[in-house]
Design a protein around this ligand. Structure first.
Ligand code: UDX
Length: 478
């Protein structure tokens, strides 16, 4: 009876992102696209993320643009001042399991969005890491779609883990990280041990993160659909592997640019959880075309003082002009009285610009940017691809090691610096990207950018996949 009522109600999607900058960014874009196509959307934030959005963005604009859009919040259970960077992600997940999940469950079963409520939800879109969503969606009889904020190529290495274990390839025997991986179909011949997520370097099968991956592997096939922020031409071999695992597959990216093609007028709303320093755009306006290297390690990754020095000297010694995002908290182990060496500070004043957070999408699209030294987070990689900017990849964790390999070896869009952080190598790679092979890399990047843009234009694969997704949500045909 309750489910009958829900199935007669207008389509109402509840979107539940992992409460981190990257996932919130792209899932908010998906929410906007849904609203533009006549779906009602409830976006479930943790209170922490919601406060950040209130402080740093024009959150009102979502309500002004989309009357069918609303935010809901749940606490994440962590103290407000608790760090939420890379190594704390697992604390965050544990805390959410204990505090946020029961509240979410109540909200969609007996609460304001339950089957017997006035506005029952008719579909859940949750981050792929949220295994708990399978049972909850089943209980209330609505389809569950997992949104993968990591790259499909990265996710595929998660899904291959049982096979790697069964075949004895994982845990690795010996320490040779250059050995090729055999049991990852579609990645034969180029994927080395070092290109798997860095947490695969553990020798312990019971490592909590390995268990987390295996748990995700068991739950993903139980969803009705998998939404990917990618486009067919970029990852066709991996998407065809994904099609074998069961749920319907919807590659609808790159989402940030897809949203722009769906908006009749007006720009997009920033979803930054830190204040953007827009002064860097004025600085970029004064630089020659393709002359600036953009440096950023995203929202979670950190570096230590030694790595900071190697990157900094590499940058300065390369002679390039650079725009560097030094996110607060991203450099660990710096003693308070740390003094920047004179030669670095002089060269930085002459040729560099440092901000604590940038409007990255806009920066990457700026004509003055000629390359991107990145941690290879999936959003950053896609933003760089769409902007046609070659990359130097310095991956930190999760899917980033895989992304770096694809950028360097498969897509030929840049250089992969993983597992090294030496000023001579940094300098050499920058010179290669920004000088000796500049024209070659820019030409290749320009070509892939055109393919990406075509995929989200009317008639393109991502465009059609998105229409199919919206239709399936409206008609509940999963
Ligand atoms: C995390 C994971 O680490 C990553 O591997 C996974 O693919 C997604 O989630 P994160 O560190 O947040 O990623 O990196 P990324 O996915 O690249 O997202 C960062 C976002 O922050 C990008 O959308 C980028 O535009 C934005 N950003 C970054 C800014 O707006 N300003 C900045 O100064 C830096």
């Amino acid at each position: 009876m309750e489910n009958e009522r829900a199935s007669a109600s207008p389509p109402h999607v509840l979107i539940f992102p992992l409460p981190l900058q990257g996932p919130v960014n792209c899932m908010l874009k998906l929410a906007e696209i849904f609203c533009l196509n006549g779906l009602q959307v409830t976006f479930l934030n943790t209170q922490y993320i919601h406060e950040c959005l209130l402080n740093c963005t024009n959150i009102e604009s979502y309500f002004q643009r989309y009357p069918s859009f609303r935010f809901e919040t749940v606490p994440d259970g962590l103290p407000e001042d608790s760090p939420r960077t890379a190594h704390e992600v697992f604390n965050l997940l544990d805390s959410m399991e204990a505090v946020s999940v029961p509240l979410f469950q109540e909200m969609v079963t007996s609460g304001p969005y339950g089957p017997s409520s006035e506005k029952p939800i008719t579909c859940i879109v949750a981050d792929g890491i949220f295994c708990f969503a399978v049972d909850i969606a089943k209980k209330i009889g609505v389809p569950l779609l997992y949104f993968e904020t990591v790259s499909p190529c990265g996710l595929w290495t998660y899904l291959c883990l049982p096979k790697l274990i069964e075949s004895g390839e994982f845990p690795f025997k010996g320490d040779d990280l250059d050995e090729l991986i055999v049991n990852a179909p579609g990645m034969e011949g180029f994927l080395r041990r070092r290109d798997l997520p860095s947490f695969y370097r553990t020798k312990n099968l019971n490592d909590p993160i390995i268990q987390l991956v295996l748990n995700e592997d068991r739950h993903l096939p139980l969803a009705q659909g998998l939404i990917f922020n990618t486009f067919e031409d970029l990852e066709a071999p991996i998407l065809s592997q994904m099609r074998k695992i069961g749920p319907k597959i919807y590659p609808i990216g790159p989402l940030h640019t897809h949203l722009k093609t769906r908006l009749a007028t007006g720009g997009t709303t920033s979803s930054s959880i830190w204040k953007e320093d827009r002064s860097c755009i004025h600085w970029l306006n004064m630089q020659p075309i393709n002359s600036v290297l953009f440096v950023s390690i995203g929202s979670l990754a950190v570096m230590n003082k030694d790595q900071l020095m190697e990157i900094w000297y590499g940058l300065v010694n390369s002679g390039t002009t650079f725009l560097w995002v030094k996110r607060p908290g991203s450099i660990v182990g710096l003693e308070r009285e740390f003094e920047i060496p004179m030669d670095l500070s002089r060269a930085t004043k002459e040729r560099g610009y440092i901000v604590s957070w940038a409007p990255q999408e806009e920066v990457l699209a700026h004509p003055a940017i000629g390359g991107f030294l990145t941690h290879s987070g999936w959003n950053s990689t896609l933003e760089s691809i769409v902007a046609g900017k070659p990359m130097i990849c310095w991956p930190y964790f999760v899917d980033q090691q895989v992304n770096g390999r694809y950028v360097g070896e498969v897509w030929k869009l840049g250089l992969d610096m993983k597992d090294t952080c030496d000023r001579v190598i940094v300098e050499g790679m920058i010179r290669e990207l920004m000088e000796s092979k500049k024209a070659e890399f820019l030409q290749r990047a320009d070509h892939i950018a055109n393919v990406a843009n075509a995929s989200v234009s009317k008639g393109g694969c991502s465009y059609k996949n998105l229409d199919r997704l919206i239709e399936d949500i409206k008609l509940r045909t999963f």
